[in-house]
Design a protein around this ligand. Structure first.
Ligand code: NCD
Length: 320
């Protein structure tokens, strides 16, 4: 099998063939999810723990549904109510859970790098559900699957990622994935919302939406991450919408069949016009949510196979 990773911590260390393997498997789970009986037993007998130290609607729900459809025993830790509130460190919490023998640990954390650190301390597969401004690998994979199904391919496309790039783990993971698959990436947004060192990313940078969107196949909008801003990054939301908000007038500069994406949650009327977001002829936002469940099923299936192979090898004393 060409998917060798033990954890899914980011896109950074995935090879293009691993990405393709995962997306191909996810396609089969899209079919399963459209049946009336959505059930497989590939995770039967395994325990999945979801630890979300940051708010989440669709990511947490979709990991939970994904695990249940594959037959895992799924537990959602309520981090608000846990001993973290009493001062327990992330690592102590992880070690406590580890002693209960989970097989899959899904973690979202506000600090970049926290999930990698945790993965070093436990002996199960860890999936990063978003760490600070660092990575959000399953989001980039579900975006890739959505693009591949809408455009029929995942290479040589012109893709614009627009808005608050600086604070976005979604942008970072997408830049890495879409770059590995040999697409042309344009980042569009105000200079205050561009990350430092952007010149090393192998992307084109624009601060004018109309110029940046000219002829693109895919328009990916991002939420203004107000909770990660500590000062005046934008003059006002009204001004921001006027210059960078996606509406039909700006979208007209993209290709006629360009698709509109957004990871959610959306600020309607701030980064995107609400009517355009709901326009099923242009927007694939609901497909992204659908693909999210399938991609998470595929990711957990592949990691569980590797985990079982490693445990089997350890039991028989064979090195893998
Ligand atoms: C994103 C996140 O949490 O990084 N949302 C998501 O997972 N769908 C993007 C965001 O919060 O804006």
């Amino acid at each position: 099998m060409s998917f060798r990773a033990k954890h899914l911590l980011g896109i950074e260390h995935l090879r293009p063939e691993e990405i393709v393997t995962l997306l191909d498997l996810a396609d089969t789970y899209v079919d399963l999810n459209r049946r009336s009986i959505k059930r497989s037993n590939v995770l039967q007998g395994l325990t999945q723990i979801n630890m979300f130290f940051e708010n989440s609607t669709r990511t947490q729900a979709s990991f939970e549904i994904a695990g249940k459809r594959l037959g895992a025993d799924v537990m959602n830790m309520s981090m608000q109510a846990s001993s973290i509130k009493k001062g327990e460190t992330l690592i102590d919490t992880a070690l406590t859970l580890n002693a209960m023998h989970p097989d899959l640990l899904v973690v979202r954390h506000p600090h970049s790098g926290a999930v990698n650190l945790l993965a070093e301390k436990v002996n199960c597969a860890v999936l990063n559900a978003g760490d600070g401004k660092h990575e959000h690998p399953t989001q980039a994979l579900l975006d890739a699957l959505t693009i591949r199904r809408a455009k029929g391919r995942l290479h040589r496309l012109n893709i614009a990622i627009c808005g608050d790039i600086a604070h976005s783990r979604v942008a970072r993971s997408n830049i890495l994935l879409l770059g590995k698959m040999e697409n042309r990436i344009r980042l569009i947004g105000p200079p205050t919302l561009m990350p430092t060192g952007i010149e090393h990313f192998g992307v084109e940078v624009y601060d004018d939406m109309r110029k940046g969107l000219d002829g693109v196949d895919v328009v990916m909008m991002l939420r203004l991450q107000k909770e990660r801003m500590d000062g005046g990054f934008i003059p006002s939301e009204r001004e921001y919408y006027h210059r960078y908000g996606l509406d039909t007038e700006k979208l007209a500069f993209a290709k006629d069949d360009a698709i509109v994406m957004h990871p959610g949650p959306m600020n309607r009327g701030v980064e995107i016009d609400g009517t355009l977001a709901d326009d099923i002829n242009r927007s694939v936002i609901q497909e992204q949510v659908e693909m999210g469940v399938a991609v998470r099923m595929a990711a957990m299936d592949l990691l569980a196979r590797n985990l079982k192979a490693e445990r089997g090898a350890r039991a028989t004393g064979v090195m893998v």
